[in-house]
Unconditional design. Sequence first.
Length: 318
Amino acid sequence: MIFKNRRGTGIWAALASATFLGFAPIFGKQAIIFGFSPLSTVALRTSFAAILLLFFVLIFNRKFLFIYPAGLIGCALAGLINGLGSLLYYSSLGRLNAGIGQLLYSLYPLFLAGWLILDRQSISRITYIRIGLSLIGVVLLTNTGQGGIDWIGVLLMLGAALMYALHIPINQRVLIDVPAPTVTLYTLLSMSAVVIPAYLLFDRNIPSEGISWTPIIGLTFVTLFSRLTLFLGVKYIGGMQTALLGLCELIIAVGGSSIWLHEILTVSQWYGAVFLGFGLLLIGYEKNNPDKKRNTGKYLGWLHPPNMTGKYPWQPHD
Protein backbone atom coordinates (compact mmCIF):
# COMPACT_ATOMS: atom_id res chain seq x y z
CA MET A 1 0.00 0.00 0.00
CA ILE A 2 1.36 3.41 -0.97
CA PHE A 3 0.74 6.38 1.33
CA LYS A 4 0.65 9.86 -0.16
CA ASN A 5 0.76 13.50 0.87
CA ARG A 6 -0.14 14.52 4.42
CA ARG A 7 -1.25 11.07 5.53
CA GLY A 8 1.94 9.45 4.29
CA THR A 9 4.01 12.15 5.94
CA GLY A 10 2.14 11.63 9.20
CA ILE A 11 2.63 7.87 9.13
CA TRP A 12 6.35 8.10 8.46
CA ALA A 13 6.72 10.82 11.10
CA ALA A 14 4.92 8.64 13.66
CA LEU A 15 7.15 5.68 12.82
CA ALA A 16 10.25 7.87 13.08
CA SER A 17 9.07 9.14 16.47
CA ALA A 18 8.56 5.57 17.65
CA THR A 19 12.05 4.67 16.49
CA PHE A 20 13.60 7.52 18.46
CA LEU A 21 11.43 6.86 21.52
CA GLY A 22 12.44 3.21 21.45
CA PHE A 23 15.97 4.24 22.37
CA ALA A 24 14.88 6.53 25.21
CA PRO A 25 14.61 3.87 27.94
CA ILE A 26 17.91 2.34 26.81
CA PHE A 27 19.84 5.61 27.03
CA GLY A 28 17.94 6.56 30.20
CA LYS A 29 18.72 3.29 31.94
CA GLN A 30 22.37 3.52 30.86
CA ALA A 31 22.60 7.03 32.30
CA ILE A 32 21.20 5.83 35.62
CA ILE A 33 23.55 2.83 35.66
CA PHE A 34 26.51 5.13 34.94
CA GLY A 35 25.69 7.27 37.98
CA PHE A 36 23.14 9.93 36.98
CA SER A 37 20.11 10.09 39.25
CA PRO A 38 16.66 9.72 37.62
CA LEU A 39 15.79 13.39 38.24
CA SER A 40 19.12 14.67 36.95
CA THR A 41 18.71 12.49 33.86
CA VAL A 42 15.30 13.91 32.98
CA ALA A 43 16.34 17.48 33.81
CA LEU A 44 19.48 17.32 31.66
CA ARG A 45 17.92 15.65 28.64
CA THR A 46 14.86 17.95 28.59
CA SER A 47 16.73 21.21 29.10
CA PHE A 48 19.45 20.30 26.59
CA ALA A 49 16.84 19.37 23.96
CA ALA A 50 14.90 22.61 24.55
CA ILE A 51 18.04 24.75 24.35
CA LEU A 52 19.21 22.98 21.20
CA LEU A 53 15.87 23.48 19.42
CA LEU A 54 15.63 27.12 20.57
CA PHE A 55 19.12 27.75 19.20
CA PHE A 56 18.27 26.33 15.76
CA VAL A 57 14.97 28.24 15.60
CA LEU A 58 16.65 31.54 16.52
CA ILE A 59 19.44 31.03 13.98
CA PHE A 60 17.69 29.42 11.03
CA ASN A 61 13.91 29.94 11.17
CA ARG A 62 12.53 32.56 13.56
CA LYS A 63 9.02 32.34 12.12
CA PHE A 64 8.53 29.24 14.28
CA LEU A 65 8.59 31.50 17.35
CA PHE A 66 5.13 32.89 16.53
CA ILE A 67 2.15 31.34 18.29
CA TYR A 68 -1.29 32.62 19.30
CA PRO A 69 -2.06 33.00 23.05
CA ALA A 70 -4.44 30.04 23.37
CA GLY A 71 -1.93 27.85 21.56
CA LEU A 72 0.84 28.97 23.90
CA ILE A 73 -1.34 28.12 26.89
CA GLY A 74 -2.06 24.74 25.35
CA CYS A 75 1.65 24.02 24.85
CA ALA A 76 2.36 25.14 28.41
CA LEU A 77 -0.35 22.86 29.74
CA ALA A 78 0.89 19.92 27.64
CA GLY A 79 4.46 20.62 28.77
CA LEU A 80 3.40 20.73 32.41
CA ILE A 81 1.61 17.39 32.10
CA ASN A 82 4.36 15.75 30.06
CA GLY A 83 7.01 17.13 32.41
CA LEU A 84 5.31 15.53 35.39
CA GLY A 85 5.00 12.34 33.38
CA SER A 86 8.72 12.42 32.58
CA LEU A 87 9.54 12.69 36.28
CA LEU A 88 7.42 9.61 36.92
CA TYR A 89 8.93 7.79 33.93
CA TYR A 90 12.57 8.20 34.93
CA SER A 91 11.83 7.62 38.60
CA SER A 92 10.26 4.32 37.53
CA LEU A 93 13.18 3.56 35.23
CA GLY A 94 15.44 3.80 38.25
CA ARG A 95 13.51 0.87 39.75
CA LEU A 96 12.58 -1.26 36.71
CA ASN A 97 14.44 -2.76 33.78
CA ALA A 98 14.24 -0.71 30.61
CA GLY A 99 12.30 -3.39 28.72
CA ILE A 100 9.71 -3.97 31.43
CA GLY A 101 9.29 -0.24 31.95
CA GLN A 102 8.65 0.38 28.27
CA LEU A 103 6.22 -2.52 28.14
CA LEU A 104 4.10 -0.84 30.80
CA TYR A 105 4.52 2.58 29.21
CA SER A 106 3.18 1.21 25.93
CA LEU A 107 -0.29 1.12 27.47
CA TYR A 108 -0.65 4.86 26.81
CA PRO A 109 -2.85 4.38 23.69
CA LEU A 110 -5.47 2.82 25.96
CA PHE A 111 -5.38 5.87 28.22
CA LEU A 112 -5.42 8.12 25.16
CA ALA A 113 -8.59 6.44 23.87
CA GLY A 114 -10.25 7.30 27.18
CA TRP A 115 -9.17 10.94 27.00
CA LEU A 116 -10.43 11.24 23.40
CA ILE A 117 -13.80 9.76 24.35
CA LEU A 118 -14.06 12.31 27.17
CA ASP A 119 -13.31 15.02 24.61
CA ARG A 120 -16.07 13.62 22.37
CA GLN A 121 -13.73 12.68 19.53
CA SER A 122 -14.75 9.65 17.50
CA ILE A 123 -12.89 6.32 17.72
CA SER A 124 -13.31 3.94 14.74
CA ARG A 125 -13.99 0.21 14.99
CA ILE A 126 -10.61 -0.53 13.40
CA THR A 127 -8.99 1.53 16.15
CA TYR A 128 -10.76 -0.54 18.82
CA ILE A 129 -9.56 -3.73 17.12
CA ARG A 130 -6.02 -2.41 17.01
CA ILE A 131 -6.20 -1.42 20.67
CA GLY A 132 -7.35 -4.95 21.50
CA LEU A 133 -4.51 -6.53 19.50
CA SER A 134 -2.04 -4.15 21.10
CA LEU A 135 -3.32 -4.99 24.57
CA ILE A 136 -2.90 -8.72 23.90
CA GLY A 137 0.61 -8.01 22.65
CA VAL A 138 1.45 -6.02 25.77
CA VAL A 139 0.11 -8.77 28.05
CA LEU A 140 2.27 -11.34 26.27
CA LEU A 141 5.29 -9.05 26.29
CA THR A 142 4.99 -8.43 30.01
CA ASN A 143 4.89 -12.17 30.69
CA THR A 144 8.58 -12.50 31.55
CA GLY A 145 8.20 -15.59 33.72
CA GLN A 146 10.03 -13.83 36.53
CA GLY A 147 8.74 -12.68 39.92
CA GLY A 148 9.65 -9.82 42.22
CA ILE A 149 8.10 -6.96 40.29
CA ASP A 150 8.60 -3.55 41.91
CA TRP A 151 4.99 -2.37 42.21
CA ILE A 152 6.01 1.19 43.07
CA GLY A 153 7.95 1.29 39.82
CA VAL A 154 4.97 -0.20 37.99
CA LEU A 155 2.58 2.44 39.36
CA LEU A 156 5.03 5.23 38.53
CA MET A 157 5.30 4.00 34.94
CA LEU A 158 1.54 3.68 34.54
CA GLY A 159 1.21 7.23 35.85
CA ALA A 160 3.76 8.36 33.27
CA ALA A 161 1.77 6.63 30.52
CA LEU A 162 -1.41 8.34 31.70
CA MET A 163 0.28 11.75 31.62
CA TYR A 164 1.82 11.13 28.20
CA ALA A 165 -1.56 10.12 26.81
CA LEU A 166 -3.19 13.29 28.15
CA HIS A 167 -0.66 15.66 26.58
CA ILE A 168 -1.24 14.26 23.06
CA PRO A 169 -4.87 15.43 22.54
CA ILE A 170 -3.99 18.81 24.04
CA ASN A 171 -1.19 19.31 21.54
CA GLN A 172 -3.38 17.88 18.77
CA ARG A 173 -5.73 20.83 19.27
CA VAL A 174 -2.88 23.32 19.06
CA LEU A 175 -1.38 21.60 15.99
CA ILE A 176 -4.48 22.41 13.94
CA ASP A 177 -3.17 25.95 13.45
CA VAL A 178 0.47 25.78 14.61
CA PRO A 179 3.43 24.03 12.92
CA ALA A 180 5.03 21.06 14.63
CA PRO A 181 8.41 22.74 15.36
CA THR A 182 6.65 25.58 17.21
CA VAL A 183 4.62 23.18 19.32
CA THR A 184 7.74 21.13 20.04
CA LEU A 185 9.69 24.20 21.13
CA TYR A 186 7.14 25.60 23.56
CA THR A 187 6.23 22.17 24.91
CA LEU A 188 9.89 21.35 25.62
CA LEU A 189 10.43 24.75 27.26
CA SER A 190 7.39 24.14 29.46
CA MET A 191 8.64 20.66 30.33
CA SER A 192 11.98 22.18 31.32
CA ALA A 193 10.17 24.61 33.61
CA VAL A 194 8.80 21.57 35.45
CA VAL A 195 11.68 19.10 35.58
CA ILE A 196 14.51 21.54 36.41
CA PRO A 197 12.83 22.91 39.59
CA ALA A 198 11.95 19.32 40.58
CA TYR A 199 15.63 18.36 40.26
CA LEU A 200 16.81 21.41 42.22
CA LEU A 201 14.24 20.91 44.99
CA PHE A 202 14.32 17.15 45.46
CA ASP A 203 17.65 15.90 44.16
CA ARG A 204 20.59 18.21 43.36
CA ASN A 205 22.69 15.16 42.54
CA ILE A 206 25.86 16.34 40.82
CA PRO A 207 27.39 13.83 38.37
CA SER A 208 30.80 12.68 39.54
CA GLU A 209 33.94 13.64 37.65
CA GLY A 210 34.88 11.24 34.88
CA ILE A 211 31.34 9.93 34.40
CA SER A 212 30.35 9.19 30.79
CA TRP A 213 27.91 11.70 29.32
CA THR A 214 27.27 9.63 26.20
CA PRO A 215 23.83 8.36 27.34
CA ILE A 216 22.71 11.91 28.21
CA ILE A 217 23.82 13.19 24.80
CA GLY A 218 22.04 10.33 23.06
CA LEU A 219 18.93 10.91 25.18
CA THR A 220 18.97 14.61 24.31
CA PHE A 221 18.87 14.01 20.56
CA VAL A 222 16.33 11.20 20.96
CA THR A 223 14.08 13.56 22.95
CA LEU A 224 14.38 16.36 20.41
CA PHE A 225 13.79 14.34 17.26
CA SER A 226 11.11 12.15 18.81
CA ARG A 227 9.07 15.21 19.83
CA LEU A 228 9.44 16.88 16.43
CA THR A 229 8.29 13.78 14.57
CA LEU A 230 5.64 12.95 17.19
CA PHE A 231 3.87 16.29 16.75
CA LEU A 232 4.22 16.14 12.97
CA GLY A 233 2.49 12.76 13.07
CA VAL A 234 -0.23 14.04 15.41
CA LYS A 235 -0.80 17.01 13.11
CA TYR A 236 -1.35 14.91 9.98
CA ILE A 237 -2.94 11.64 11.15
CA GLY A 238 -4.24 12.48 14.64
CA GLY A 239 -3.17 11.55 18.13
CA MET A 240 -4.78 8.10 18.29
CA GLN A 241 -3.18 6.77 15.11
CA THR A 242 0.20 8.28 16.01
CA ALA A 243 0.03 6.61 19.42
CA LEU A 244 -0.83 3.21 17.94
CA LEU A 245 1.95 3.44 15.36
CA GLY A 246 4.19 4.50 18.22
CA LEU A 247 3.79 1.06 19.77
CA CYS A 248 6.58 -0.19 17.52
CA GLU A 249 8.88 1.71 19.89
CA LEU A 250 8.21 -1.18 22.25
CA ILE A 251 9.83 -3.66 19.88
CA ILE A 252 12.86 -1.40 19.53
CA ALA A 253 13.12 -0.84 23.27
CA VAL A 254 12.78 -4.52 24.18
CA GLY A 255 15.13 -5.66 21.43
CA GLY A 256 17.66 -2.93 22.19
CA SER A 257 17.59 -3.59 25.92
CA SER A 258 18.29 -7.27 25.28
CA ILE A 259 21.36 -6.33 23.24
CA TRP A 260 22.82 -3.40 25.18
CA LEU A 261 21.46 -4.06 28.66
CA HIS A 262 21.40 -7.88 28.41
CA GLU A 263 17.70 -8.24 29.22
CA ILE A 264 16.39 -11.58 27.94
CA LEU A 265 13.28 -11.96 25.76
CA THR A 266 11.03 -14.98 26.27
CA VAL A 267 9.04 -16.87 23.64
CA SER A 268 5.78 -15.28 24.80
CA GLN A 269 7.31 -11.82 24.38
CA TRP A 270 8.07 -12.58 20.76
CA TYR A 271 4.43 -13.63 20.27
CA GLY A 272 3.46 -10.30 21.81
CA ALA A 273 5.64 -8.52 19.27
CA VAL A 274 3.73 -10.33 16.48
CA PHE A 275 0.39 -9.07 17.83
CA LEU A 276 1.75 -5.54 18.02
CA GLY A 277 3.09 -5.77 14.49
CA PHE A 278 -0.26 -6.97 13.14
CA GLY A 279 -2.00 -4.09 14.89
CA LEU A 280 0.43 -1.70 13.23
CA LEU A 281 -0.31 -3.10 9.77
CA LEU A 282 -4.00 -2.22 10.18
CA ILE A 283 -3.09 1.49 9.93
CA GLY A 284 -3.71 1.15 6.19
CA TYR A 285 -7.46 0.65 6.81
CA GLU A 286 -7.90 3.79 8.92
CA LYS A 287 -9.64 6.69 7.20
CA ASN A 288 -9.57 9.34 9.88
CA ASN A 289 -8.87 12.98 9.04
CA PRO A 290 -8.02 15.04 12.12
CA ASP A 291 -8.71 18.31 10.32
CA LYS A 292 -12.42 17.41 10.10
CA LYS A 293 -12.68 17.37 13.88
CA ARG A 294 -11.67 20.95 14.44
CA ASN A 295 -14.66 21.98 16.51
CA THR A 296 -16.08 18.68 17.82
CA GLY A 297 -14.23 18.48 21.12
CA LYS A 298 -15.82 19.29 24.45
CA TYR A 299 -13.12 19.72 27.08
CA LEU A 300 -10.32 20.82 24.72
CA GLY A 301 -12.33 22.96 22.31
CA TRP A 302 -11.09 26.19 23.92
CA LEU A 303 -7.63 25.56 22.42
CA HIS A 304 -8.92 26.37 18.93
CA PRO A 305 -9.83 30.05 18.45
CA PRO A 306 -13.09 30.20 16.43
CA ASN A 307 -12.40 33.16 14.12
CA MET A 308 -8.87 32.66 12.77
CA THR A 309 -7.91 33.34 9.16
CA GLY A 310 -4.78 32.80 7.09
CA LYS A 311 -3.59 36.42 7.45
CA TYR A 312 -2.17 35.81 10.93
CA PRO A 313 1.52 34.87 11.24
CA TRP A 314 0.75 31.98 13.54
CA GLN A 315 -1.07 29.98 10.86
CA PRO A 316 0.47 26.74 9.51
CA HIS A 317 3.63 27.30 7.50
CA ASP A 318 5.49 24.00 7.76
